[in-house]
Design a protein around this ligand. Sequence first.
Ligand code: FAD
Ligand code: FES
Ligand code: FES
Length: 1359
Amino acid sequence: MASGGTGDELVFFVNGKKVVEKNVDPETTLLIYLRRKLGLCGTKLGCGEGGCGACTVMISKYDNLQKKIIHYSANACLFPICALHHVAVTTVEGIGNTKTRLHPAQERIAKSHGSQCGFCTPGIVMSMYALLRNAPEPNMEEIEDAFQGNLCRCTGYRPILEGYRTFAKDWGCCGRAANGPGCCKTEKENSANQGCCGKRGNGPSCCMNEKEENAVTISSSLFNPAEFQPLDPTQEPIFPPELLTQNSKPLKQLCFKGERVMWIQPTTLQELVALKAQHPSAKLVVGNTEVGIEMRLKNMLYPVILAPAWIPEMNFVQHTDKGIAFGASCTLSLVEKVLSKAVAELPPYKTEVFKAVLEQLRWFAGLQIRNVASLGGNIMTASPISDLNPVFMASETQLTLASTEGKRIVTVDEKFFTGYRKTMLKPEEILLSIEIPYSRKGEYFSAFKQATRREDDIAIVTCGMRVLFQEDSHRVQKIKLSYGGMAPTTVLAVKTCQKLTGRDWNEKLMQEACHLLADEMNLSPSAPGGMVDFRRILTLSFFFKFYLTVLQKLSQQLNGNNNLSEMLPSSYLSATELFHKDPIANVQLFQEVPPGQAVEDTVGRPLMHLSAAKQACGEAVYCDDIPHYENELYCTLVTSTKAHAKIISVDTTETQSVPGFVCFISAKDIPGSNVTGIANDETVFADDTVTCVGHIIGGVLADTQEHSRKAAKAVKIKYEDLTPIVTIEEAIEKKSFFKRIRKINKGNVQKGFEESDHILEGEMYIGGQEHFYLETHCTVAVPKGEDGEMELFVSTQNLTKTQEFVANVLGVPSNRILIRVKRMGGGFGGKETRNTILSTVVAVAAFKTGCPVRCMLDRDEDMLISGGRHPFLGQYKVGFMNNGKVNSLEVSYYSNGGNSVDLSYGVMERALFHLDNAYNIPNVSSLGIVCKTNLSSNTAFRGFGGPQGMMIAECWMHDIAMKCGLPAEQVRKLNLYNEGDLTHFNQKLEGFTVQRCWEECLESSNYHARRKLIDEFNRQNRWKKRGMAIIPTKFGISFTVPFLNQAGALLHVYTDGSVLLTHGGTEMGQGLHTKMIQVASRTLGIPTSKIYISETSTNTVPNTSPTAASVSSDINGMAVYNACQTILKRLKPFKQSNPKGSWEDWIQAAYVNCVSLSATGFYRMPDLGYDFDKNEGKPFCYFTYGVASSEVEIDCLTGDHKNLRTDIVMDVGTSLNPAIDIGQIEGAFVQGIGLFTLEELRYSPEGNLYTRGPGMYKIPAFGDIPSEFYVSLLRNCPNSKAIYSSKAVGEPPLFLSASVFYAIKDAIFSARRESGLTEPFRLDSPATPERIRNACVDIFTKLCPSAEPGTFKPWSVRA
Ligand SMILES: Cc1cc2nc3c(=O)[nH]c(=O)nc-3n(C[C@H](O)[C@H](O)[C@H](O)COP(=O)(O)OP(=O)(O)OC[C@H]3O[C@@H](n4cnc5c(N)ncnc54)[C@H](O)[C@@H]3O)c2cc1C
Ligand code: FES
Ligand code: FES
């Protein structure tokens, strides 16, 4: 936090306590202030750009316009501290805690298992809390809307919604027994023995009926709502009375001066315009949602900021003759509220424009942003993808401008925006107000937006469209079509509008309009933003939707005095429907523990994650929450801006003048070795060449994060460009491969082809994936002052490699380096090795300065430098029979490894081991090659190559079905393995449950009946299509490097009987520590409350394997078990001599008799080892299986899709903890939805990553999960190969989300059939709106042909 501000006193309240700040720096955000100055670390930094919601707080203030106290959620990361004068802030710490009482919003998310890693949890709690302060009994829609600006990477959202659904007035009931007996609402004790799964309404396969049949009890109760504290709104903290009295006092202009920026908050319009005349380049800041981003991410500096928060003329709402006028500072939430009321009250013909504004606001950012962002700010930002400006342009909205010269009124027309982010306002002018007009009779208006993700995403193309008809006719009097996303400004399709004026609204007009628009809304194939074909097609699709919508309204309006309705086939009607959410429904079924299991034995029970309550209260400590040391320094990385170049010089002269600068570190400062990496092919700092954008060249140390950031920007580097290799295709062309090429061959492929009825060849590309753990990489290194000792707090899944690499770079033995990990805010493989690139730098910094050094990467740095899931290209040739039976497969996998080997070989090997998915292929020839490119090294990511390997299998499987004209599920089923079959790597399948999962999934999803309904739907709808797919998975469990399958544990029992447990695994949200405590509790026979895990550290359990490969519960569980057994053995004599004694008695006796109460445990998986050359041996201990069916609906015109329903049946053995296991299944599945349908990494052809934050990179949000989401754990399938008959679960379910991808492909197939296309077609992953739309070939796509590849330089490439 920059210091040294001067000026007025800033007065505000935080959690009821008054804060008076005398030295405010306007560049400080509320988030930084809370975390650093007030030590309130519950509010988290996930992105710093308003895109994740981890920093959500509640703001309360007296609103002069509404004349009441208002409460709203806001992003602390964008909230300027200076905007807090006379405002009250509530953080997660202010509403409840574990010491006194949890607030119901905290309690319910914790108990409903809605918190895994917990990093998103405080933000989600605060969004819910703010909603409850406004609506103590919200409806479900309000709850879902409240979370539009929150992301969670772990849970898959379902448990959060389900926990919070209990607040809803339309909750009705648990959905299980419809208010009948056993219903949560009517029964205090909601025992699963009474309730039913609700899934099949007590029908033939209802869980209630199955109970007897299978002699097991099935439960659908992962939590018990009857336990929840009621919400009592009267108990909420009151608004500080002092702020209410302040409100009646006269206002005085405020001024705060920081190191670089001055903030002035005038009290009158006269003052404001005078200031603007004095500082014409000053920025007006209202919500700071644009200026904040520009200053943080775009390196802009605005020395003078004017805050118009107190200007009455800019904060008003007035109904006029022509429409509704809003002061420019009105927030978007207020606009939404006022317009919604107007739409409800006014005649519909008057509110066409209002409805269009509301439709745009519905998908505008998240609620936290809309609560602070201003209407004026959106117009004046003049972004070409503003959602509101096309509406204002098409509706000819009028603006009032003001300056010292007076006021003037202008219209938002084609001349208003004069260039990229420029308007026709003079520098000294400000926007005072906006008048949104009423529509007239005979006037129609629509607005459309298409983005990558529906919720909280900026538009790819957005538009406002208006037509006015001559009285009582369908002849166009005036038409305005305005688009965003098609040029550097919002534009009007002037020529098209001219040509359409005076024409009748009919098919001919529509066709001509499309031709005209295709011509007028043209884009260069190299246009910034890319997606050129898609954007062009969207302009036509939107017009077509507008045409149909107007036709429909017109035909109703003209009372049948026309033949317009005949022009509208009924199958076209659904094309005009606006997106609506279906009510959510979900059930999770699991097998209850056997009758008679002791109550305190929690194994098999849905025990809450043991840190969940702390996480929900903001008390859980993550790496950056560790209090700052007195002499601590901050390190900012200096990284390459070139993908491949020689470093000519590094000039640090200008850093010296940055306040607080301490030193620059580089390779020269390394006391040990600069060589690092899993394959020793990396350096800690680049030597003389950089091999990717983001390659670490050095680090800058300063007293604060802000100073070190500024100093890092002052480092000047000169490069000599070398040619980069970015894509897999380029690497293949240039034969740029890493050395190890793997093959797995079985049978005789050639013979298999000869015996086949058909042979198909194809190719599929699967894009990479960013981990997007909510907590970015973080290290705090503390030198201990003697013998080279250093203690490092690291957010890592891999303590051993971190210790080894740090020791290596410092030139000390490993025994001087202590690595400690309490928990991570998510890992997903991204912290398995790549954290070391940061940890080693921070260690060098701490060594050089002798001071503690901290670095937590910003989201953009993290995304740039730490790599992600490997993109894959699969080329296949498959031979099969007429019935779809596969005979022979030849497949080559290429992955994009990036600039170092890291874990790429392992990832490729796992891909090859999974090339069969769950299918028996008699003859296989496969090849796996890792491409060496100039991208940041790609690394482990949940599934570790497995999903990519299986995805290609499903691609050729789908092609086979299309080619044979058979239902895909029939072909898949035909090819499934059977018990005892040998895989292509010759491992025998024992306990193969896929067939069981398949049948159960078919039945529970009612697959065949729904398939028929889908066919009917598709017949009746031309522009919306539905699709469905059922996909199996088989996932090999164990590290494929055999020696990693070992684990240790350390167990101390203290004389009071309490147990401190440590094991080799780390907690990253997956509930490992909770499961380990359950294992220890059962083994020792004591309650879980007596056992505690504090952290994972290298001085307690040495040489740990990374927490990865899904095996952590298996191997650490056994190690814990062994340690417990040792203790039990030692206690035996004392138990025997005092059989009625308590645990504490035996411990005391053992202690008094000098028996050690500390034990280690160790375990290694037996019989592992595979020989690639001989294709023999056993790579996996066992397999985890599952099957999912998914149904989707696509909008063929826009490429949008809805996930309607998913049913998953998963074999996780005998679950150690069904809540955690179901959480893993749902979380992995939703992460997979991101991989296969949403998340797209985009690079410049020069290898520069564009997608560096949540603004451009879209992980699934609340609205992306299937509306109906059913998960059941397969019953009676104990696994003899893991602790207490359980199975590994972390990675295997991820691939099941391929069912969504293939359901989309199925729907696209139906759309293509309308255009006469029935052959197999290529669909690469992810199935983004762009890919879906482009694949739905129709009259509109034909009007926008693609430019010839090679004739232009694209804006972006896929890696
Ligand atoms: C996470 C996120 C999501 C977003 N999603 C969307 C989206 O879906 N659609 C979309 O269109 N936009 C989106 N935006 C952009 C942004 O929220 C809007 O443009 C917002 O309306 C800006 O308002 P503000 O009050 O925060 O502006 P500020 O940042 O305070 O100011 C923005 C600009 O407007 C100028 N300005 C403000 N008021 C006046 C005035 N009265 N007179 C003259 N100049 C003025 C300022 O000088 C500055 O240049 C998003 C932003 C974020 C951070
Ligand atoms: S940290 Fe503020 S929204 Fe992500
Ligand atoms: S629990 Fe939501 S991000 Fe981890």
